[in-house]
Design a protein around this ligand. Structure first.
Ligand code: PMP
Length: 370
């Protein structure tokens, strides 16, 4: 008998997660696409005061429908669209990871299929596995874009219940044009099946100018779901707050599978306070985008291949021994991510000082290896 008596398909599997190393040992941490800028003292004080207010009521369960938070998220999202996002169209959970898991709990499951196009976010197959949803991965092109005809053909062949499309994509940084989202929503909804298309905009705020959000397309496609997070541009990864906008019927269906009171009173209060400071928290997005473009240009100047990026990271390579490059950087106090297709590495965009440390270390490592 094996112990513990875990589901056989989970036996021996390592839990997901990038190495978390202490910052006093590895001062430059560019591996999980965080925003490098902490909140201001004023914002910290407001979050702390709001959390203290919530603490006074901790003997009670929090608002199960988190109405105030949904309203604040709806009005925040409405800035990104020409129309308006209604409260009933918004749902939230502890990180967009949890939002996505809930989507698969409600819309995937045994006998159902989720589809994405690799390379794609590595948690998607895990949500599928955990909800016993079949997992199918198509392929992106060599430049990591999607060939629309092939993608549509695949959707028509597989007839997935849920299509997961990160835009910008992790780990490649590639954004999807709106016509691609439209075409895939149409394909997924053919034959009266209404497969969901989830556009995961975790990095949406970092898009280059001229790439609109899929939020604009919500009125046209009832099978479209757009997910967002406060973890990246919003500089609040520690808060654990992800959310989505979709047809109200989709939010209602998720309410069936969510655990009651899944968003704690402290989380709701802190997220509301953080949203009040949205302009400040998002204030470094332009700088991060500019730094990203500089980093892409610098890496190309050094002779590396770099995927075009609309996110706060870039994928570069290709290396015969990427692990050796990753280790060489780590030995110099710079932690990046060994992820993506064979030979590629991903670096998150940090402060100018952190990126200078990354560049110096990479030059040394490459020199040492040649
Ligand atoms: N989607 C994508 C594409 C991501 O890269 C991430 C985080 N790495 C997430 C969703 C989940 O982020 P969170 O749970 O912090 O919202």
């Amino acid at each position: 008998m094996t112990f513990p008596p875990i589901r056989p398909e989970l036996a021996g599997i390592e839990p997901y997660g990038a190495p978390q190393l202490p910052v006093d040992q590895v001062p430059v941490q560019l591996n999980v696409n965080e925003n490098p800028y902490p909140p201001s003292a004023e914002c910290v004080a407001d979050i702390a005061a709001s959390a203290a207010d919530a603490a006074r009521t901790l003997n009670r369960y929090p608002d199960r429908e988190f109405v105030a938070l949904r309203a604040a998220l709806a009005s925040y999202l409405s800035r990104d669209v020409s129309g308006e996002i209604a409260v009933e169209q918004v749902w939230a959970a502890n990180g967009s990871n949890e939002v996505m898991l809930q989507l698969l709990q409600a819309f995937g499951g045994p006998g159902r299929t989720a589809l994405s196009f690799a390379p794609t976010y590595s948690m998607y197959p895990e949500y599928a596995r955990d909800t016993m949803t079949a997992w199918v991965a198509g392929r992106r092109e060599d430049d990591f874009s999607l060939d629309l005809d092939r993608a549509r053909a695949m959707i028509e062949e597989v007839r997935p219940d849920v299509v997961l499309l990160p835009s910008p994509n992790n780990p490649t940084g590639t954004a999807l044009p709106p016509e691609a989202v439209t075409a895939l929503c149409e394909s997924a909804a053919e034959d009266g099946i209404d497969g969901l298309v989830v556009v995961d905009e975790a990095y949406g705020e970092f898009r280059r100018a001229g790439v609109p959000s899929a939020l604009e397309l919500l009125p046209a496609h009832r099978n479209l779901v757009v997910t967002r997070t406060m973890s990246k541009a919003f500089a609040a990864a520690g808060l654990r707050l992800g959310y989505l906008a979709a047809d109200p019927a989709i939010c209602d269906a998720i309410r069936v599978v969510r655990l009651p009171y899944h968003l704690s009173a402290v989380t709701q209060a802190a997220a509301l306070a953080a949203l009040r400071h949205a302009p400040e928290l998002l204030g470094n997005v332009d700088q991060l985008r500019a730094q990203r473009d500089k980093t892409v240009a610098w890496l190309r100047d050094q002779g590396h291949r770099v995927a075009d990026s609309d996110a706060n990271f870039c994928l570069f390579g290709t290396f015969r021994d990427r692990h050796a490059v990753w280790q060489g950087l780590l030995d110099r106090g710079v932690l990046i991510r060994e992820t993506g297709p064979e030979g590629w590495l991903r670096v998150s965009i940090g402060t100018p000082e952190e990126m200078a440390a990354f560049e110096d270390a990479l030059v040394e490592v490459i020199k040492e290896m040649s």
